[in-house]
Design a protein around this ligand. Structure first.
Ligand code: 8YV
Length: 314
């Protein structure tokens, strides 16, 4: 049997690239000097596309692949994949949910604790040699027992709630609708949730529906004692409003793993000690990335051998 021809859009883990190259007739588009010319000439050769949440697959790429039957993406977020364009052509879209819930939730708690207790800032304080007999690090904010507002109580949001319960936090959430079987309080208004919360954690899906959900009004409701943590997508927050709120201490602090225009981080944030800045690493452990890679592979394999995906985008 001839191996299905798969187009690879963007780099993947080396071990995954090697496995894919062995099992399929894999062509790396990122190696092409003129990708548009390549696609125009040879786009019709590909039955599959392997991509990631970081680069996705827009309508133009999907249109350039007239024989495409399946997309397999590395990541749980599919805001950069034009799922509607794929569906219209009956193209199956696979992704990697669940396997990253724990590591993303762990990192959300890490950011929450760091923002509240100033772990990174205190580390910089020590490294600068500022810890002297006459100089102590400023007091910080307690996290245990405080109020946590979770925006988006999906699989990751629920994993965060489980961890926060271990910190005796009081939990409420905002979601498109109340989640069945969950004891936490549902708050349909984001402004009200922010007003109530000491910590607001964003675990909602990205995309047009959640763009700038957290704006200046939400940040002002969170207030000068409140902290924001974002492990979802930078687009969920009006970043200019957030920079302004942090710089002028209209919120107490933030822990950010994601930004509107990655890898660009607003210059104004670099000088602030009340914000923790991470380079989109919430799922970035060996264990989780290996599990994600396995799912990317399995989605393609089961599609071509059994005509179905292991994990299809809903
Ligand atoms: C990915 C992510 O690691 O899963 C997602 O949606 O944002 C991250 O876990 C990253 O985007 C890789 O492409």
């Amino acid at each position: 049997m001839t191996k299905p021809r798969i187009l690879q859009y963007g780099r993947l883990l080396p071990a995954l690239e090697a496995r894919l190259a062995e099992a399929f007739d894999l062509h790396p588009l990122w190696q092409e000097a003129e990708p548009a010319a390549f696609l125009a000439a040879r786009g019709g050769e590909f039955a599959g596309l392997v991509t990631s949440a970081a680069v996705g697959a827009d309508a133009a790429l999907i249109a350039a692949l007239p024989e495409l039957r399946v997309i397999s993406s590395f990541g749980v977020g599919f805001d950069k994949i034009d799922v509607a364009a794929a569906r219209q052509r009956g193209i199956a879209v696979g992704y990697t949910p669940d396997v990253l819930n724990d590591c993303v939730a762990d990192l959300a708690m890490g950011l929450l604790l760091d923002a509240a207790r100033g772990i990174s800032a205190a580390d910089r304080f020590v490294r600068r040699g500022d810890w002297t007999p006459h100089q102590r690090f400023p007091l910080t904010t307690r996290a245990s027992g405080k109020r946590l507002g979770i925006v988006g109580l999906g699989r990751i949001g629920q994993a965060i709630a489980k961890r926060a319960a271990g910190f005796d936090m009081e939990i409420a959430y905002m979601n498109r609708r109340a989640v069945d079987g969950v004891a936490h309080r549902f708050e349909p208004s984001l402004v009200e949730l922010a007003r109530w919360a000491d910590f607001l954690v964003l675990a909602v899906a990205g995309g047009a529906g959640t763009r700038h959900l957290v704006d200046a009004a939400v940040l002002d409701a969170l207030g000068p004692q409140g902290f924001l943590v974002n492990v979802s997508r930078g687009t969920v927050v009006d970043e200019a409003a957030l920079v302004d709120a942090l710089a002028n201490r209209r919120i107490a602090g933030a822990g950010l793993d994601v930004f509107e225009d990655e890898p660009h981080v607003p210059e104004a944030l670099l000088a602030l000690d009340n914000v923790v800045l991470l380079p989109h690493v919430a799922s970035g452990t060996n264990e989780t990335r290996e599990a994600m890679a396995q799912l990317v592979f399995d989605n393609l394999q089961t599609f071509f051998t059994q005509g179905r995906l292991v994990a299809a985008v809903p």
